[in-house]
Design a protein around this ligand. Structure first.
Ligand SMILES: C[S@@+](CC[C@H](N)C(=O)[O-])C[C@H]1O[C@@H](n2cnc3c(N)ncnc32)[C@H](O)[C@@H]1O
Length: 187
């Protein structure tokens, strides 16, 4: 599985110079304290944005290639308040209530949602955005196992205080994307 990701990153499938996601730019001020964990950090676009704003950031990803690109970006900007871990999100090596914020973009492991909640400190923030199953109607095929049902992301965090929720077919970067976005606080 990780070898597929290595190949994608090596072949430039994910450009390394992309902007942080809109959801991050719009809601980062809701993060009251760190540290911040980004699950499936990829090339680090969102964690870099937060580290630049003073948050201690920890990113985990299964792809060494992605982490190499992420590290280069952090160091290019002389950022030192980050830690990158090459690991599997199925086995997160952290104690409960370790983080003030958890960030997940375009990655879904349903079985781990409860663990993400446990890893958050009380009043900690989750920032989550990923594709809906409907994405397969407008773009290349993706495995539906890793895509959300309509309303599912909101239901997953029903025990959180909702700061923002949006889902549907949205125009992003000139392309139609079927996504769900959630920002919420652990009560
Ligand atoms: C679609 S990319 C999203 C990257 C980044 N979050 C973004 O939005 O730009 C999915 C990422 O998940 C990582 N990944 C896939 N399976 C993983 C796993 N089991 N544990 C940790 N990372 C994983 C891949 O290496 C890849 O970087």
């Amino acid at each position: 599985m990780s070898t597929d990701w290595e190949r994608k990153y090596r072949e430039g499938f994910y450009p390394s110079s992309i902007e942080p996601h809109w959801l991050m730019q719009r809601f980062w001020t809701e993060i009251k304290f760190g540290p911040v964990l980004e699950v499936a950090i990829g090339v680090g676009r969102d964690s870099l944005f937060l580290a630049e704003r003073g948050y201690q950031t920890i990113g985990i990803d299964i792809s060494k290639e992605a982490l190499k690109m992420a590290k280069e970006k952090f160091l290019e900007k002389h950022i030192r308040n980050f830690l990158l871990i090459n690991g599997d999100a199925f086995h997160l090596p952290f104690r409960e209530e370790s983080f003030g914020c958890i960030v997940v973009f375009y990655f879904l492991i349903r079985e781990k949602i409860d663990e993400l909640k446990r890893l958050l400190k009380p009043k900690g923030l989750i920032i989550y955005e990923t594709f809906l199953k409907r994405q397969n109607l407008v773009d290349r095929w993706r495995n539906p196992e890793y895509l959300l049902d309509d309303g599912e992301l909101l239901r997953m965090f029903i025990d959180f205080q909702c700061v923002f929720y949006e889902e549907g077919l949205l125009k992003i970067g000139g392309k139609q994307k079927a996504i769900a976005r959630f920002v919420g606080r652990k009560v």
